[in-house]
Ligand binder design. Structure first.
Ligand SMILES: [Zn+2]
Length: 232
């Protein structure tokens, strides 16, 4: 017959194993990419896209301004070359040069705005890079801690399993089946202590006859919660 103390020891080991397995699941879930890391990467990417977008706009405008400058200088050369004598034609060229210069001035204003936008985007990009570096560093440190904890938990679980196997030799096979069934149905707790004449699981008073059986070293179960009660 199974001794109450052995049953209690088995319960103790299994409860400890349950806690370690639960923690192992949490550790496994925390290992790998974190939301913070994903978000930091995403924001760096979108800031990078902003920088590229303004960069393209800036280049386009610079080319346009350069094109206008070339055209202005060609027209001015014609104007002052002395080859064109017709006053009406000279007047037309002068008017075109004036219009081209006005257009260039507008574009230079646009270009300045675009350069400011690009600088803002570059500042935000380097801020996002800094943030990602920080998140990455703390994630890496956390992963090392978690990996260490994982190894520790696995070692402890192996140890518990070894002790458990040794203990099973003193537990009756039929009792073990009852115990396992109770563990499944009773939130992992199948064996409880007698506490001041009450069941340590549900707190209901143990009848005098059951208490007498306990004193005789018999295996008794609570009439209320069905758990195995032991007297230590
Ligand atoms: Zn009970």
């Amino acid at each position: 017959m199974t001794e109450g103390a052995d049953f209690y020891r088995l319960q103790d080991l299994d409860s400890e194993g349950d806690k370690k397995r639960q923690r192992l699941m949490e550790v496994d879930a925390a290992l790998g990419d974190s939301d913070a890391l994903r978000q930091a990467r995403q924001s760096l990417q979108s800031e990078g896209e902003r920088v590229r977008k303004w960069g393209v706009k800036q280049r386009d405008l610079e080319l346009e301004v350069q094109g206008l400058a070339d055209k202005i200088s060609r027209e001015e050369q014609r104007l002052y070359s002395g080859t064109i004598r017709n006053p009406k034609e000279l007047e037309d060229i002068q008017a075109e040069v004036t219009a081209l210069k006005r257009r260039r001035q507008e574009l230079e204003g646009d270009l300045l705005e675009v350069m400011i936008e690009r600088e803002d985007a570059e500042a935000a990009q380097s801020e996002a890079q800094k943030h990602l570096d920080e998140v990455q560093a703390s994630w890496t440190a956390g992963q090392a801690d978690l990996t260490g904890e994982r190894e520790e938990l696995q070692g402890k679980l192996a140890e518990i399993e070894q002790i458990r196997v040794g203990l099973l030799s003193s537990i009756d096979a039929g009792d073990l089946v009852i115990y396992e069934g109770l563990r499944r149905r009773k939130g992992g707790i199948a064996v409880v202590e007698l506490r001041g004449g009450t069941c340590g699981g549900c707190g209901v008073a143990v009848s005098p006859s059951l208490e007498w059986q306990l004193r005789q070293g018999q295996l008794v179960t609570c009439s209320n919660c069905e758990r195995i009660i032991v007297r230590l």
